[in-house]
Design a binder for this molecule. Sequence first.
Ligand SMILES: Nc1nc2c(ncn2[C@@H]2O[C@H](COP(=O)(O)OP(=O)(O)OP(=O)(O)O)[C@@H](O)[C@H]2O)c(=O)[nH]1
Ligand SMILES: [Mg+2]
Length: 258
Amino acid sequence: MIEEDFEVCIKVIIVGNGAVGKSSMIQRYCKGFFTKNYKKTIGVDFLEKEIEIEEDLFRLMLWDTAGQEEYDAITKSYYRGAQACIIVFSTVDSDSFEAVPIWNQKVIDEVGHVNTVLVLNKMDLIRGALVTELDADNLAKKMNMKLFKTSVKNNENVNDIFTYLAQSHMQFSRENARNSSLSQYRYVQEVGDVDLADDEDEDEEKDDEENSCKVKKEKKKKKKKKKSSNNKKLSVTFHPTQHRLRRKSSHSPFKCFN
Ligand SMILES: Nc1nc2c(ncn2[C@@H]2O[C@H](COP(=O)(O)OP(=O)(O)OP(=O)(O)O)[C@@H](O)[C@H]2O)c(=O)[nH]1
Ligand SMILES: [Mg+2]
């Protein structure tokens, strides 16, 4: 039985108007701290984080984009290949709320529909805020997207966003794999001793009846060798096509699809 353990890599882009807290969010999540000072992102920043959820290993590649329109041309080119998206807006900035559908459309134009969530940030300033929780709830409902309400400053609900994205990505991948031909490979990998050449075996059995015991034994040996090389081939051809996966160690074959 061939057993492999994989780390699932997910490219996540973070978009939204300037100063809503995108960089602060990534910094909080990856480095664990918050800075009061605003330093606008120029173009794109990148951070990554490895997490484990229920024995599944993930590497989140987080692309923090500039909210200022002047960088649009640059940032859009970094959307490519994204598998998940976080659209951030802020309680104290109604423009950022109005811009949510526009950001969503920008992402769709570049990468199509990807797993997207909305984040209403700066919940610590919600009292007397320009964007209410109800506004945000209604928008999320309208856009049919999951909404998180965070305070990066107070470290509230930030981790939940990334856990959700990783888990939903995995769930989607599993459903996809079940419906695709990949599931056949997965099955063969899982039940490593499955007979891959039934027809051939039948022919060989007929021949065997006519041959001596010695020949029989040699054929069996050959067959065994062939099976193991077939399995090896499967594991080799399977991996390069899964470019978002990285081999980690050797445990469960169930990690090897995307
Ligand atoms: N009160 C409060 N301030 C926050 C919160 N999150 C971020 N900020 C502040 O908001 C300002 C802007 O944060 P950034 O993370 O730089 O914003 P950004 O979305 O990356 O901005 P651009 O890079 O220009 O697109 C900074 O002064 C942060 O300290 C929060 O949850 N609460
Ligand atoms: Mg920024």
